[in-house]
Design a protein. Sequence first.
Length: 616
Amino acid sequence: MMLKRIETEADKKVRACLDEKRSFALIAGAGSGKTSSLIDALARIRETDGARLRRDGQRVACITYTKRATEVIRTRLGFDELYLVSTLHSFLWGQLAGFQEDIRRVLIEDRLPAQIAKAGEKVTKAGGHTQEGQRQQAKIIRFQAELKDLQLVPRFTYEDSEFSNYAKGELGHPDIIEIGSYLLRTNRVFRRITALRFPYIFVDEAQDTFKGIVEGLNLVCAGEGLPLVGYFGDPWQQIYDGRAGDFAPPPGGETITKTENFRCSVSVIAFLNAFRKDVEQYPAGDNKKRQGRVAVRLVRAEKGLGKRNTYTEEQVGRALEHMDNALSAWGWKDRDDVMKLLLARQMIARRLGFSALNDLFNDGRMASSRATDAFEEGSHFLLTPFLSTICPLLRAKEEGQPHRVNEVLRRESPAFATDGENANRSLRQMLEASKAAIDDLHKHWTTQTVGEILRHSAKTRLINVSDRLREHLAREPRAEVYDETLHAQEKGDWLADAFFAMKPDTIAPYTKYILENSAFSTQHGVKGEEYDRVLVLYDDTEAKWNVYNFNKMLTPDTCGVPTDGQLDKSRKLAYVSFSRAEDELGIILFTPNPERAKAEMMSRFAMREEQISIDS
Ligand SMILES: Nc1ncnc2c1ncn2[C@@H]1O[C@H](COP(=O)(O)OP(=O)(O)OP(=O)(O)O)[C@@H](O)[C@H]1O
């Protein structure tokens, strides 16, 4: 909680850049108050140049990463129309919508040929006779037909959807990024118009924006004077693939480093400084008075005895016992304000009661790594109807909240959308229909399988059904026994079949976990958050070996040197996790050699003997 605002050196430098009309990039470590710096900068422009901008019909653009951030910033600026605060997609579409003929040209010359080529590569990889090969082949045929139809599309639209239908002129999220990058790169008029509309462009969380967009905005703002672009972000907090990571202003711009930390206690900052060498932070607010604590617990790792060297159920249980031991040792056992950050969902799943679902989506025979990732993010197409509609509806019913039921129905259910077929139904009719629909859904939920529930919900148009889900619901279950050599490319069929055959009881805790804050989170899920006490648990047996390796990242002398990729990914994720702690940070590391790891961590991270304990 911010008590009083302190103007920092970095804020002064940003102010100087604004006054001199120079582009800049503010690299601000964790807890440094990026949002405050951004708001200050936006407000400064209002003071110095606001009247002129309004007179000339120009605005200040602020591109945010999430819709939630958009709301926060708009509110803090008093909803002033001088500013256009929007997510990247909506900002780009605002600029692209007027360039209809250019959109058509980019789709014809670049976007569709690129997608056809990509599908072609997948056909070659999968083999034309496999189901995946045929699926990709069908995609190529569809794209080719859409390519022909593109000439006839009267108008291109974008409705904030993931999916595209080019023949109907409907664009999806990825199209907006690709077309936006392409036009910024190649079309001088597009750049000129963007610059005229927005002499000042700010990008929040710049590390997570797309490379092509940073390059494009730098072209828009090349040269001296306005337009200028200001990036705010932290390269060490870029944890998703394909994003800008290291961002820099256009040539001539200034890179400013913000070294304050207003969030973390003295001990946590000292540890962060030992961990990350490019920014030396200091406690800059009331946090200077908080000593806090950093403690490490080293546990002797067991070799995974389960499938693919992962833990068996019994071993997961033992690992959880070690976690409880550490909680007791740190005096955290009975506290409910300890945020536990686990990399492996298996342990969270076991604690919260969705192991069966978790096991299914982590079973490499049926789930591709993409499917596992989507499960972890809560974006898998088999699960989204439950996350967005079915479980929220059942929950609202259970809690006796008819208004909430109606809200979900109106927002998510085609059968209850207030336009179209329902436009003429009275409120009473709608309420009666919704009650009947929910009672019916509840009956299915308690007696039927997941597949039956989905089919019922699709038939009654209670849920939005994606094309992929529709295909799976419509086909017969695969009769063959799964064979890796024959079916690897079609494993999604077996995944869907197994999912459809499940009882729904493990889905409710999963959706609750994904949708609500609980005392557990994955390490990816806590970006931007802060908690009094944070426990971070590393167990490489459960991690994706080729992607992360926390033992090698933290103790390379004990465990061997990580690959560049492992080092980069593991340390960014660790930095995000560690820096969430306001007061106390506890790290549990399962290591093959606790004694050596202890000595190495003490010297590497300037830790004292009593900070590191061993539980063998
Ligand atoms: N100038 C300031 N003076 C006093 N407190 C501040 C100031 N700026 C930010 N804070 C407080 O410091 C904490 C961290 O701020 P904020 O969450 O904006 O940091 P951040 O840079 O976005 O961090 P991260 O990148 O780690 O998510 C918040 O509790 C905020 O209220």
